[in-house]
Design a protein around this ligand. Structure first.
Ligand SMILES: [Mg+2]
Length: 216
């Protein structure tokens, strides 16, 4: 956890006696692969996913060769800097969060660079998801542990990245970990998430399973 993330967490206003849900953003609340693929097309490249990771997934449109690491890095940063503020909402996500907010406090923990923290906030606000946002780097387990250090009520963590789910599970045994993705492009390659006790198939399914768990 970076000092920047720790500082953002210390500024959160959370009631420790009420349930808390911590959501990831990319491929949970907003789409990433789909707009990134469109961005690559505009820049004469294409997204060719053959696994869960982006490594080697960016190819040159003309020759179909894998983009060299420098070019791939520039394209990823170009997208982050230009398009973080424009990412489309996952269908059903804004309505689902509104419903869940009747039962729990909601915050967003996103591995977006600190430099575009405000772009992500503006983006989420513009598509109906105005919730506190913490930007993080690396594994999320330590950040979630910091968020929950004085928390007494139930907590939930929802992410599409199986390694983030595992990290949070390892550091926070009492947190209910949920593995959920809205990305159809990645689903065929998605590894199982160690520690996930809920694996919803849709936003409706997620809402009903989380509310059931809270009531149970
Ligand atoms: Mg994600």
């Amino acid at each position: 956890m970076t000092p920047n993330t720790k500082k953002q967490i210390s500024g959160l206003n959370i009631d420790p006696t009420l349930p808390l849900m911590i959501f990831d953003a990319d491929e949970v609340l907003v789409h990433f692969a789909e707009p990134f693929s469109n961005y690559l097309k505009k820049h004469n490249h294409r997204l060719h996913l053959t696994g869960y990771r982006l490594d080697n997934a960016i190819k040159k449109s003309e020759t179909d060769d894998v983009a060299d690491p420098e070019t791939a890095k520039d394209l990823v940063w170009g997208f982050i800097n230009e398009e973080t503020k424009n990412q489309p909402a996952a269908k059903g996500a804004p309505e689902a969060l509104k419903k869940l907010q009747e039962y729990a406090q909601i915050i967003i923990l996103s591995n977006v660079p600190h430099s575009v923290h405000d772009d992500r906030v503006l983006n989420l606000k513009s598509i109906g998801m105005d919730y506190p946002l913490i930007s993080n780097e690396g594994m999320k387990g330590p950040a979630v542990k910091e968020i929950l250090k004085d928390h007494k009520a139930e907590s939930f963590f929802i992410d599409d990245n199986p390694y983030q789910v595992e990290s949070v599970y390892n550091d926070n045994q009492d947190t209910v970990c949920v593995h959920f993705s809205v990305c159809d492009l990645v689903k065929p390659y998605m590894p199982k998430a160690v520690g996930a006790s809920i694996e919803p198939t849709s936003w409706d399914d997620l809402v009903s399973k989380l509310i059931d768990r809270l009531k149970g």
